[in-house]
Design a protein around this ligand. Structure first.
Ligand SMILES: [Zn+2]
Length: 288
């Protein structure tokens, strides 16, 4: 620990208690970044921990650039829809919610007032949002879930592919991220005989076209008809109709860097705003 609460390490499990205390006392607006991911099947070629491994690498870099502390409270998330495939671990929704609330409640009791939640798994989204809403009221702390940037050329291009080719799970987008962050864990050779295994009614396939005039309407019908479990609509566990062997790790690197910069800007600007009066109360003891 150097002066002004400058962290030499950013993961909470690697800090000594005095190092954590010095950071909390001397950093003008201490921020804790909480990452959430999953342990779930990721098709044939990506590790089960893809989302959690990815979020760790991502928040670590953001924490370094903003002098924040990062926490990964658990490896699994909410993944009941992947249970048809072996290796998946799912928490119940209330388990994940409580893990997040207990994590925030504990650190709030020590005086942390600003939390950022970063989620790398779509199945967790509603639970993470609810945890933020409940934690703000319960612990009188600020909880942000910043997302962006969404309007850059790259972000638009990737979003288009997600809509057009349903590039959501284990397709080129996630494969590129994995090849960028942990290439040693990716087994591309398993894709030797790759073919698209995504199956929905042909009418629904026609709805996957963001250039349609009625896209707002038909895309919601598409989602309403999507079956509940991954193995209902794909035999390989992948749901992107595009070939993951076309993944471009350089694109992932650029996308990650613009998202990191967005978050760094968010945290730095947020830190310049004084704590609003309603959050200035003394930390409340937390008992699980
Ligand atoms: Zn994933």
């Amino acid at each position: 620990m150097r002066k002004e609460g400058r962290l030499e390490r950013v993961w909470i499990q690697e800090l000594t208690r005095p190092a954590f205390e010095e950071w909390l006392e001397n950093e003008p607006a201490p921020v804790v970044i909480i990452g959430v991911g999953s342990i779930e099947q990721h098709g044939l070629h990506l590790p089960l921990g893809t989302d959690s491994l990815g979020v760790c690498r991502f928040i670590e870099e953001v924490a370094r650039r903003t002098n924040s502390v990062c926490v990964l409270p658990c490896w699994p998330g909410y993944s009941p829809h992947h249970m048809g495939f072996k290796g998946t671990i799912t928490f119940r929704a209330e388990t994940l919610l409580n893990v997040l609330l207990d994590t925030i409640g504990s650190l709030a009791a020590h005086g942390v007032k600003r939390f950022v939640l970063i989620n790398f798994h779509g199945g967790n989204t509603h639970i993470v949002n609810l945890a933020a809403q409940l934690a703000r009221r319960r612990f009188k702390v600020m909880v942000a879930i910043p997302r962006g940037p969404s309007q850059t050329e790259l972000a638009k291009r990737i979003r288009y592919r997600m809509q057009r080719y349903f590039e959501v799970h284990s397709g080129p987008r996630e494969t590129a991220l994995a090849l960028h962050y942990f290439p040693e864990l990716v087994e591309m050779w398993r894709l030797k005989d790759w073919r698209n295994t995504f199956k929905v009614h042909p009418k629904l396939m026609e709805f996957m076209d963001p250039e349609r005039e009625d896209y707002e309407l038909v895309s919601q019908i598409f989602m309403a008809c999507l079956e509940p479990d991954t193995d209902d609509f794909t035999s390989s566990g992948q749901y992107a109709i595009t070939d993951p062997r076309e993944a471009d790790p350089e694109e992932a690197a650029r996308h990650i860097e613009e998202r990191i910069r967005f978050l760094v800007d968010f945290i730095n600007l947020w830190k310049s705003i004084p704590l609003p009066p309603a959050y200035r109360c003394k930390p409340q003891p937390f008992s699980a």
